[in-house]
Design a protein around this ligand. Sequence first.
Ligand code: SF4
Ligand code: SF4
Length: 137
Amino acid sequence: MPCNHCGLCCLIELCEIGQYIHGGPKRRRCPSLRWVGNGYTSRCGILEDAKEEFKAEIAWIIAADEGCGIDAEVTDIKGKVSDFKMLPDRMKVLIATEYRMNPVEVTTRGVTHENHLDPGRLRNLSQRAGRKEGNQH
Ligand code: SF4
Ligand code: SF4
């Protein structure tokens, strides 16, 4: 399923590059998560702010526009359990919006919205891209 930029994956946990840059717990809202347009469309601040020469590599790391890679289940009021990534776009945006207000409403098994890197490559890229302690976007 294509990514519609609902933002739920980055609301739930930090990807590999987000963890490296921000540190702290993995299971939390990523400090680099941004909302654009009508406020319901997410963007990655690390990718947006990167110098042009690093954008392609960062986009690869976070699997940008490679489809919805979240591994999450949602349960509706009738008890029906659905795979989040298979839901219609409007439903994804509704659930992500609800999660922003009340994070306990969605059950997740984890997020897999990143390509796997060897640690040396990640460290090298993050240093070249200009890692700052406590970087908040
Ligand atoms: S893709 Fe960007 S906003 Fe999302 S978790 Fe990774 S660093 Fe954070
Ligand atoms: S949860 Fe899926 S559709 Fe929503 S932003 Fe993440 S990858 Fe895209």
